[in-house]
Design a protein around this ligand. Sequence first.
Ligand code: PEP
Length: 249
Amino acid sequence: MRKQIVAGNWKMNNDLSQTDALISDLKGKTRTSDAEVMIAPTFTNLYAASQALKGSDIEVVAQNMHFAENGAYTGEISAGMLKSIGVNTVILGHSERREYFNETDELLAKKVDAALAKGMRVIFCFGEELADRKASNEETVVGDQIKNALFHLEAAAFQNIVLAYEPVWAIGTGETASPEQAQDMHAFIRKTLADKYGNNIADQVSILYGGSVKPSNAEEIFSKPDVDGGLIGGASLNADDFFAIVNAF
Ligand code: PEP
């Protein structure tokens, strides 16, 4: 059985007191689904968040990391540093990292390797831009992103990989892929995995959808057979909305 996952990407939002307040709100919510729940605060608040959520069923994950173990990389954070504060999962390849910080598939392959080498789980993000979809190139773009960053891995590595399909045109825009568009792409992604690694692996990997998921559309999107949950940006900053999405399963 694939894991159902709802992960909140807080991006560069919430200082320490806002992080504390949102976590208190989240702890007060009632859960009616079995989905794994994760939140990704900023680096400066990861330790406080992981302490505040110790023993709870909400996992604290990082939004990014560097591929090196340590060294002269001013401003960067390594997998080992994340693990030392109890963070065992990292989001890599978010479209904002690709767009504003020039993260390429080649760089992301190194980050994926570094995270897996430390025993971390990776939520690997990818997705096409609007121009790609208008040109009907979305499958080629998505297929290449996956192959370039992940297809050097051994099959066993996929036990620690979660995929997150996030069409760039739907992130933070209020525009969502239709449930059918999401399902079509998720089925394509699963087939791409199956062609390389076989059906067993492809069937085990959770594929999340991200892009303006909200309480009003989560249930329909999550009802699709190849959609195993969501990576949630804006709506994860409000505990009621986030838990309405968690409980949409
Ligand atoms: C995201 O940043 O991963 C995301 C999906 O954002 P939003 O939900 O705000 O579109």
